[in-house]
Ligand binder design. Structure first.
Ligand SMILES: Cc1cc2nc3c(=O)[nH]c(=O)nc-3n(C[C@H](O)[C@H](O)[C@H](O)COP(=O)(O)OP(=O)(O)OC[C@H]3O[C@@H](n4cnc5c(N)ncnc54)[C@H](O)[C@@H]3O)c2cc1C
Length: 562
């Protein structure tokens, strides 16, 4: 009989080799906001409770299978550069997959590029940061032009006539990707071009020259000649560009099309072959007499563009924190639904240690980002908050972005072999994870910026310490860490050499402070015990002390999917 079966198989035997068991469902069609307790709490406590309904609506969008799929498509189809048309005329056009445009459209219609400037009420930065946090979990590449468009607004304010002429269209909720002049569009996006081959961090070495067309000075027209080694989102309608004028480095608003309807000679040489940020294009570009208008005073270009860069640095904090949250959502969902050795993965003590550690890191990153968002909201009429933003953005950009790659890698490992596969979001999260640390001022540059802030504005350190003091008396490890901070500043001679260690200590202290003052008590205590206790020696995630209630932490972070 057995032999008969072997030689005369029924179709059932051939069709089904095995039943698929012990595999979690795909994490989709859930509400990313409603399933994120930490985000909800920080929105409430930092003054944006008026935005809750809108965030609930948006959380359903960013968790929908349809929008998640856009993120995959936009990354599977790289942008393509077309330098010339079929008749040999330059067009300098980058074509993107429709999914990229759809993501851009969503972001702009949701106001992620401008709601905080358009309606600058209490909590506006917090509400917008929450939306950015949700949206960049779907796909972070296209968030580069969204961030740059948002960040260009404060820099443009340095030149009131340009601001008046451009701001409405930049802040409008209309996305128009067509390769046509800005006067024919209702909505515009902006990019920036600082970096050149000979220097990215040190933009004082910029060799691009700006020649006055008529009169020179603020608001006047110039023509720019030179190269830019990194220009992301090259289809932006205009760019903030640094170039040498007679009186030194100055900042210019350079449109892609001239007002007379002709193409401004901004020629894209090639697209960068990037390991991450794939959906978005970054280019090498030549400026061959490109028309631009000077923003702010001649020779003050670095100061002007810093108004933009400080905002993109803040978005790097949120973006990296968001990558961590997406990883946490994926792994907590996976480990709740996958068994090994007779128990769910999230019931295995060692996996609980890893999961809880990754969750704590994410919550600390979010807590710090949202505290800075609140300070941005309050800094227009509160000097302390302004000083706090100045120093804490450098610290937060350094630390949150630095913690992201190891977080992403460890999260992949929680999922096991499937975590390496491109049909999950995990490899993409991993490839994106180093980028925020490198662009917009790399790690060392952030540390030096913290020292510069203290040197030029000593009150910024006072504002920072005052913020820490608000959290004292709750956790002994935190109190000791704060009391030790001062000692790191005593030896001024070696301070630059030690800057990374100092920023790390400051970052841990401010994250703990944010969690103690504005976060969940469970997470705050776990963070202090894990990151600030003198006896803590773990070098990788998953080395939490035994005092921590990992199960409660995991439960809090796990999306509840019906
Ligand atoms: C994907 C991507 C997109 C980008 N898009 C844009 C864009 O749209 N526009 C734009 O203008 N730029 C863009 N950049 C460029 C980016 O901002 C620069 O790469 C970055 O600022 C570093 O400059 P660099 O590459 O010239 O490195 P360098 O300046 O040579 O720095 C190399 C290393 O040296 C360190 N370093 C520098 N100075 C010091 C110092 N004094 N002490 C100690 N260490 C130091 C840096 O921290 C860094 O780690 C992009 C970069 C990437 C990766």
């Amino acid at each position: 009989m057995a032999n008969d079966k072997f030689f005369k198989p029924s179709t059932v035997y051939w069709a089904e080799t095995h039943e698929v068991t012990n595999q979690p469902s795909v994490l989709e069609n859930y509400n990313c906001y409603e399933q994120d307790i930490a985000l909800q709490q920080s929105v409430q406590i930092h003054g944006a409770s008026w935005a809750v309904k809108d965030l609930q609506r948006f959380g359903a969008i960013t968790g929908s299978a349809e929008v998640i799929e856009l993120g995959f498509q936009a990354n599977e189809n790289k942008p393509v550069l077309h330098t010339h048309d079929r008749h040999g005329k330059r067009i300098d056009e980058v074509r993107f997959h429709p999914a990229y445009h759809q993501l851009m459209k969503i972001a702009i219609e949701e106001g992620i590029h401008s709601s905080h400037w358009r309606d600058a009420k209490k909590g506006a930065h917090v509400a917008r940061a929450a939306k950015y946090y949700l949206h960049s979990q779907v796909e972070i590449g296209h968030c580069c032009p969204i961030t740059m468009t948002s960040a260009a607004i404060p820099a443009l304010k340095n030149q009131p006539n340009l601001f008046k002429a451009w701001a409405d269209k930049i802040m409008s909720a209309h996305y128009d990707p067509r390769n046509i002049g800005d006067s024919k569009k209702q909505g515009l996006t902006l990019g920036m071009a600082m970096t050149e081959k000979q220097g990215g961090s040190d933009v004082r070495t910029n060799s691009t020259r700006a020649f006055a067309v008529g009169n020179s000075g603020a608001g006047q027209a110039y023509e720019l000649v030179g190269h830019k080694y990194f220009v992301s989102a090259p289809m932006s309608d205009a760019f903030l560009v640094l170039a040498q004028a007679e009186q030194g480095i100055s900042c210019f608003l350079v449109p892609r099309w001239r007002p007379d309807g002709s193409k401004n000679p901004i020629q894209i040489q090639k697209l960068k072959n990037k390991m991450g940020n794939i959906s978005n294009a970054s280019s090498e570009t030549e400026l061959r007499g490109a028309l631009g208008w000077m923003i702010g005073d001649e020779g003050r270009g670095i100061a002007v563009i810093l108004d933009m860069v400080s905002m993109t640095r803040f978005d790097c904090m949120i973006g990296s924190a968001a990558g961590m949250r997406q990883a946490v959502a994926q792994i907590t969902h996976h480990c709740a639904n996958r068994e090994a050795f007779g128990k769910k993965l999230n019931e295995q003590p060692l996996m609980q240690n890893v999961l809880a550690d990754l969750i704590i890191e994410n919550e600390a990153a979010l807590a710090l980002s949202m505290r800075v968002a609140r300070a941005l909201d309050e800094s227009s009429n509160n000097e302390q908050e302004k000083l706090f933003v100045r120093i804490t953005t450098a610290i937060g950009k350094y630390w949150i972005c630095k913690r992201a790659p190891e977080h992403a890698y460890e999260a992949m490992e929680c999922i096991g072999g499937s975590g390496v596969m491109e049909d999950t979001i995990m490899p993409r999260l991993f490839r994106e994870s180093p980028i925020n640390s490198i662009w917009e001022g790399s790690g060392n540059v952030q540390c030096l910026d913290m020292l510069r802030a203290i040197h030029k504005t000593p009150k910024s350190l006072t504002a920072f310490i005052n913020e820490l003091k608000g959290a004292s008396g709750v956790n002994k490890h935190f109190d000791r860490a704060v009391s030790e901070l001062e000692s790191y500043f005593i030896d001024q001679q070696s301070i630059e050499y030690r800057a990374r260690l100092i920023v790390e200590k400051m970052a841990l202290a401010i994250q703990a402070s944010c969690l103690i003052q504005y976060g969940d008590a469970l997470i705050a205590e776990a963070f202090c015990n894990a990151r600030l206790a003198a006896e803590n020696t773990g070098w990788v995630y998953g080395t939490l002390p035994t005092s921590i209630d990992c199960q409660a932490i995991i439960k809090r972070a796990t999306p509840q999917i019906r």
